[in-house]
Design a protein around this ligand. Structure first.
Ligand code: IPM
Ligand code: MG
Length: 357
């Protein structure tokens, strides 16, 4: 029996517009093939929303988000703010606020390497092969949400964590570790930061509930190094908001490109799915962005929010087949890729749809 679901699509800024169209098309194709009923609504957020309403997260978008069963998001940000630290209203505020409002405290970032992309990474293939990491990035605490102050020539952002925030993300990470290789690495900076000492203390306590999972604690600087030195040593990694932001961009090289990585943000209510890449204004509107991270975000949505495992696997397989056929977008092509196999956004999306049939 098919399921009936309401999906909110928020393309956002820059290449978000181009790539999210393909995540949505994949969901429509899955609905058709498996006789599900997905209805779609659209919302604005980020720079486009500031331009239209003055608000990076209009009330209407938030209300639609609350009413939906899942949200597919694109990207946020605009170059014009990047070099203007004085702007008070900023696109990113929309994303941060929706994460907070919807209680999306756990950001899952699976680092999955498609075999055919071994060559696309800047890391040696023998180091990458077999790497499979699942990041749990805490998403609604840390310096991102602590008090901000500016007093003349001084500025501060409060790094703050509460016990319950660490407990709930740690539990989610441990539960996931149980379904994988039963290894969990908690990343912090407990040799320097008090917030990290609380983090470590709480993770050590939660660890007692999971004696079947091997726990390791690592400092962020060391983790950043180990990640490219020997990515295979990691299974589940759990870390705070800021460290997770940085480590997962680094980890994208393990998957070949930022253009390949999808993420799921979950917590109290509705699930939110987005590529980890940004709005990439340098290539926006050129039709060359990689749609695969959005398509893989759609796969995560099917699995995590709707429990449609088979459909989700079907999407991942279609991506795998497309790569195996040799097709690449610019970001994952290399000098050996024949010219006619380097595709733009729409041609790549079309190949994936064909392979979904
Ligand atoms: C991410 C992004 C965001 C973050 C930005 C756009 C606010 O980098 O989702 O990783 O820092 O969380
Ligand atoms: Mg980031």
């Amino acid at each position: 029996m098919g399921v009936t679901k309401q999906i909110l699509v928020i393309p956002g800024d820059g290449i978000g517009q181009e790539v999210t169209a393909w995540g949505k098309k994949v969901l429509e194709t899955i609905a058709e093939n498996y006789r599900h009923t997905f209805s779609f609504d659209e919302g604005i957020m980020g720079h486009v929303a500031i331009e239209a309403t003055g608000n990076p997260l209009p009330d209407e978008t938030l209300a639609k988000a609350r009413r939906s069963d899942a949200i597919l998001f694109g990207a946020i940000g605009h170059a014009k703010y990047d070099n203007d630290p004085t702007a008070k209203v900023r696109p990113e505020q929309g994303l941060l606020r929706i994460r907070k409002e919807l209680g999306l405290y756990a950001n899952l970032r699976p680092i999955k390497l498609f075999d055919d992309l071994l060559q696309a990474s800047s890391i040696k293939p023998e180091i990458l092969q077999g790497a499979d990491i699942l990041f749990f990035r805490e998403l609604t605490g840390d310096v991102y949400f602590g008090e901000k102050q500016r007093n003349g020539d001084s500025a501060s952002d409060l790094m703050i964590y509460h016990r319950y925030e660490v407990e709930r993300i740690a539990r989610k990470a441990y539960e996931a570790a149980r379904t994988r290789r039963r290894k969990l690495c908690s990343v912090d900076k407990a040799n320097v930061l008090e917030a990290s000492r609380l983090w470590r203390e709480v993770v050590q306590e939660v660890a007692k509930e999971y004696p079947d999972v091997e726990t390791e604690h690592m400092f962020i600087d060391n983790a950043a190094m180990q990640l490219i030195k020997d990515p295979k040593r990691f299974d589940v990694v759990v870390t705070g908001n800021l460290f997770g932001d940085i480590l997962t961009d680094e980890a994208s090289q393990i998957a070949g490109s930022m253009g390949m990585l999808a993420s799921a943000s979950v917590g109290d209510t509705v699930g939110f799915y987005e590529p980890i890449h940004g709005s990439a204004h340098d290539i926006a509107g050129k039709g060359i962005a990689n749609p695969l991270a959005s398509i893989l975000s759609a796969a995560l949505l099917l699995d995590i929010s709707f429990g449609l495992k088979e459909e989700s696997q079907r999407v991942i397989k279609a991506v795998d087949v497309t790569l195996r056929q040799g097709f690449r977008t610019m970001d994952i092509a290399n000098k050996h890729t024949p010219n006619d196999f380097v595709l733009g956004t729409d041609a790549m999306g079309t190949k994936v749809l064909e392979n979904l049939q």
